[in-house]
Design a protein around this ligand. Structure first.
Ligand code: ASP
Length: 321
């Protein structure tokens, strides 16, 4: 059976650390003058994106190229789906050209899972499906957090992690929460009741998840704050009176962090909306790990592609070349 990466749901601590360990080795490769390794020479990676993307698409493309794969980017908005072809016919057509990995982003939750069920020879990677999951984002967030806390002699476990903002529509939050639960971390979901309903706790079925509607209270003693963008493109009604009102209550400021979580670091999956969910001072300040996240994104995607395309054993050899 072909392996896929469809979500963080169901991944064990061991699975997560395997991805992170391989990714860490690729961080080192990405810092070299010559960033190319031969691991996926002769392999083909197709990135098919049915939703707009800047950083994720660029990141997968760079990752594939650094591994020496042939990478092909299909902008699905200009593809034959516009001419009435079904998703299944599109991906089966692509599979007939024998790619090794298909990286898919889609606005419908579950689209990559559906595709994976129907393809027989191609590994599928979920690059974001609706409001459901974005596993490579969760892995790069974990790698970034791990690097930061390693410098303080701490690991990825025993952390208090908060997600602030539009949790309801965030695939980033969902994938991260599943991952932190696998690691045994405490999670706080923070935002207005419309975007963070109290019954979200039931979704995750764990006492380690709590919901807090007041930002100052939610930030109390957090180690990690993950700031979320308002996903207006997924909102089918008004969840907040307006963005100005929202930012008065929920924009992450240095003043609040200093007072309630002075030792915390801040992550944001991008794109940032400065002044709405995060102040410029926080985004550009010393506790922000935002650029480190983007940097780690390439290494994480190199790890995912090489593990799924089955070359990870030869990777150790290529690192020395
Ligand atoms: N880039 C992330 C995603 O694709 C987060 C965002 O768009 O706000 O889900």
């Amino acid at each position: 059976m072909t392996d896929h990466l469809l979500g963080m749901t169901g991944l064990s601590k061991v699975d997560i650390f395997r991805y992170l360990d391989v990714a860490q080795a690729f961080v080192e490769v990405s810092e070299r003058d010559n960033k190319k390794v031969p691991d996926l020479r002769g392999k083909t990676v197709v990135n098919i994106f049915f939703e707009p993307s800047t950083r994720t698409l660029a990141s997968f493309d760079i990752a594939g190229k650094r591994l020496s794969a042939d990478t092909i980017n299909v902008n699905a908005s200009s593809s034959s789906m516009q001419k009435g072809e079904t998703l299944l016919d599109t991906v089966r057509t692509i599979e007939s050209m024998n790619p090794d990995v298909l990286v898919i982003r889609h606005s419908e939750s579950g689209a990559p899972h559906f595709v994976a069920k129907h393809l027989t020879r191609t590994a599928v990677v979920n690059a974001g499906d609706g409001a459901h999951e974005h596993p490579t984002q969760a892995l790069l967030d974990l790698l970034t957090i791990r690097q930061h806390f390693a410098a303080e002699g701490r690991g990825l476990e025993g952390l208090r992690v908060g997600f602030v903002g539009d949790v309801r529509h965030s695939r980033v939050a969902r994938s991260n929460v599943w991952a932190h639960l696998a690691l045994g971390n405490k999670i706080r979901l923070i935002g207005p009741p419309t975007l963070v309903p109290a019954d979200f706790i039931k979704v995750f079925g764990s006492d380690d998840v709590s919901v807090v509607h007041n930002l100052a209270e939610g930030l109390q003693d957090l180690d990690v704050v993950v700031c979320l963008r308002m996903q207006l493109e997924r909102q089918d009604q008004n969840f907040v009176p307006n963005l100005d009102e929202y930012s008065k209550e929920y924009c992450l400021s240095e003043r609040l962090l200093m007072r309630h979580a002075p030792r915390s670091v801040v992550l944001h999956p991008g794109p940032l909306n400065r002044g709405t969910e995060i102040s410029g001072e926080v985004a550009d300040g010393p506790r922000s790990l935002v650029l480190r996240q983007v940097n780690n994104g390439v290494a994480v995607r190199m790890a995912v592609l090489s593990i799924l395309a089955g070359s990870v054993e030869s990777r150790t050899m290529s690192l020395g070349r």
